[in-house]
Design a protein around this ligand. Structure first.
Ligand code: SAH
Length: 220
């Protein structure tokens, strides 16, 4: 029974990966997404939709991003073996798991999450799926995580009013950050720290807001 279920999820995962391949996602990211069991990161009553290419609610008014968005953000960052990566917004932990696959055992993912319940949810999901090395930390991600800075890459999975200065500071020279910016109309930016800060518009997106000191206010 369990084996049959695993086989069914695997087939669904393969279909999702084929769909993402047609969208031009890189082979490295496709392979990582083939390995991460997304059904372990969604609430139990939604597992039948785990491999659909749209966002799903994970509680507390938050969402796990659509697979194509996770794939695109990982591709834009050009994640490499051994990278030290900071994620803002752990949510379900799924995106962090895909990053962990791409950077390998030599790399390290730190993910900051402000909602305690989601810190627990993501940690539990990551452990279940075998990503025990990922560190989920409670806090305001707009302040970054200075203890382990600087980072090769920063992935922000909620929409900011503007680029939070601490994140720019904590990015290595030559490092890259992906970040959605905007309140209602949001744009995904690729930011590079190379002779100053270069900011490139990528596409229109829909994310939950980044709250906190350099984010939106809860009553905004
Ligand atoms: N990457 C997640 C998707 C997260 S949705 C996944 O793969 O499931 C965005 C998350 O950002 C939410 O969990 C929300 O609580 C969190 N968030 C919003 N503002 C934050 C802040 N200032 N610091 C840390 N996390 C924040």
């Amino acid at each position: 029974m369990v084996q049959e279920e695993e086989q069914r999820y695997k087939e669904e995962r393969m279909r999702l990966v084929e769909h993402l391949r047609r969208q031009g996602i890189s082979e490295a990211v496709l392979q990582a997404m083939m390995r991460v069991k997304r059904h372990l990161f969604v609430p139990p009553h939604l597992t039948d939709q785990a491999y659909a290419d749209y966002p799903l609610p994970i509680g507390e008014g938050q969402t796990i991003s659509a697979p194509h968005m996770v794939a695109l953000m990982c591709d834009l960052l050009e994640l490499k073996r051994g990278d030290k990566v900071l994620e803002i917004g752990a949510g379900s932990g799924y995106h962090a798991a895909v990053i962990a696959e791409l950077i390998g055992e030599e790399g390290q993912v730190y993910s900051v999450e402000r909602i305690t319940w989601l810190v627990e949810f993501s940690t539990k999901n990551l452990n279940k799926a075998g990503y025990t090395k990922v560190r989920v930390i409670t806090g305001d991600g707009t302040l970054g995580l200075p203890e382990y800075a600087p980072y090769d890459k920063i992935s922000v999975t909620c929409a900011a009013p503007d680029l939070p200065p601490p994140l720019l500071e904590q990015l290595k020279a030559g490092g890259k950050m992906v970040i959605p910016v905007g309140k209602i109309r949001q744009v995904l930016y690729l930011v590079e720290k190379k002779n100053g800060i270069k900011k490139e518009r990528k596409c229109d997106v829909v994310f939950v807001p980044l709250l906190g000191k350099y984010g939106f206010r809860e009553d905004d």
